[in-house]
Each structure stands twice: as C-alpha cells, then as structure tokens.
Write a protein that binds this ligand. Structure first.
Ligand code: C5P
Length: 221
C-alpha cells in the first residue's frame, strides 16, 4: 500500500505551501488537486463550454492534457495545459471562482477523480485539496485538515497572488475567499469538510514551520 498524506482545508489556508515542503522533506510525490480543477476551468473557458453543457465538459475532462513540473525552491508547481505554461493564469482568483462553479458537478468530479488517483505512486503521495481525505483517498493513513480565520486566509491568499504576479486587494480577496468557501462547503457532492479521522490544525496563529512540525509529527510516529 503506497502511503498518502491528505491535506484538506478552505481557500488560502496554506495547504499548497505545506504540501510542497512536506513532499520535499519526505521525497514523496505531490498532487495539487485544486490545480486540476483550475486547469479544467481554464480549458473550458478557452473552448467556451458553459456549465450547462455537461456532455461537452465531460469530453473535455477526459481529454485534458495536463502536466505538473516541480520547482526545487518550494514554489508552487508549474502547470502546463496542452504543453503551454498556464501557471500565472491558473492562480488568479477569477480562475478559482470559475473552478469552484464547475467543481459542483458530480459527473465531472468523477472523471477528475480518476486522474487524481493516478498520482498515488511509490514511495508516497502528499495530496492537497477539499476532498482528499473524505473521497479521493479515504483509506489514506495520514490525514490533516487545516483551518484559519477568513481574514488571515485572505491575507495569505493576497500574498500568494502577488508573489505569482497577480494583482488584488484585501477586501476583494476576502470576499472571493468567503464566497468560494460557502460554495465548496455547501455543495451536494464532495463538500469541503474534515474526514472523521483527520487531525484538525488551526493555523491562524502558527508559523509555517510550526504547521510543518505538527504535520510531520503524525508521519514520523
Ligand atoms: O485549492 P484551490 O484554491 O486551487 O481550488 C480551486 C477550487 O477548486 C476550489 O475552490 C474548489 O471549488 C475546487 N476544488 C475541489 N476539490 C478539490 C480541490 C479543489 O472542488 N479537491
């Protein structure tokens, strides 16, 4: 059984940063499942396939040509869609908002679920998202759910947007984070929620190193 560490939580909580540092420490593979939903949203927008055209969306999802490239410096993974680097576009709040709308569609999630499970390769996988511990890898031996106050998450998200070369302001970012969380928590399929066996870590007042130590502690016992 190839071990999986699932890292779930709301927008801007820092899952991606924690995931890439922990994956490098363990020398495990990494799955940024949000990037799959975001890349799908970009592809659907490019092709002009709306949310009401389910057949078109499913066909697009099954053909999605997606590639992740890791960077050595804990930076987020670079994402290539149809061999084109879409990393900057992918990280905008607009792409995230559209992604969260498509992410409500159960048949689409089913197609993307298969792609996500393909990342489980030796020696192990660190997978971050919303439903990693509940739906995609329910048997994972290590599960963490990260939380933080919305204001702190908006600050973190804004910093991340700026590092990624995207603009934004705090009230707009907070509004986007709140709306997306509501949509992710209240959807009928695979909603954002902690798995019953997940360790819940409130990161509001923790440094990144403190979060990493707590996550590593459950793997190293
Ligand atoms: O994690 P990230 O902010 O990149 O995710 C973008 C959106 O993709 C989320 O708001 C959510 O709607 C969707 N998503 C999801 N399930 C996942 C990961 C992301 O529904 N496992």
């Amino acid at each position: 059984m190839i071990p999986v560490l699932t890292l779930d939580g709301p927008s801007g909580v820092g899952k991606g940063t924690v995931a890439s540092i922990v994956a490098q420490k363990l020398n495990w593979h990494q799955l940024d499942s949000g990037a799959i939903y975001r890349a799908f949203a970009l592809a659907a927008m490019d092709c002009g396939i709306g949310i009401d055209n389910l057949d078109g969306l499913l066909e697009l999802a099954s053909k999605l040509d997606l590639e992740f490239k890791s960077n050595s410096d804990h930076a987020p993974l670079s994402v290539y869609l149809d061999k084109v680097d879409v990393t900057t576009e992918l990280r905008t709040e607009k792409t995230a908002t559209v992604a969260s709308k498509y992410a409500q569609l159960a048949p689409l999630r089913k197609v993307l679920l298969v792609k996500q499970r393909q990342f489980q390769k030796p020696p192990g996988l660190v997978a971050d998202g919303r439903d990693m511990g509940t739906v995609v890898f329910p048997d994972a031996p290590f599960k963490v759910f990260l939380t933080a106050d919305p204001e702190e998450r908006a600050r973190r998200r804004l910093k991340q947007l700026q590092v990624g070369g995207n603009a934004g302001n705090i009230s707009h970012t907070l509004d986007g984070v709140r709306k997306r969380d509501e949509r992710d928590k209240n959807r009928a399929h695979s909603p954002l929620k902690p798995a019953k066996d997940a360790l819940i870590i409130d990161t509001t007042n923790l440094t990144i190193d403190e979060v990493i130590s707590k996550v590593m502690a459950i793997i190293e016992v």
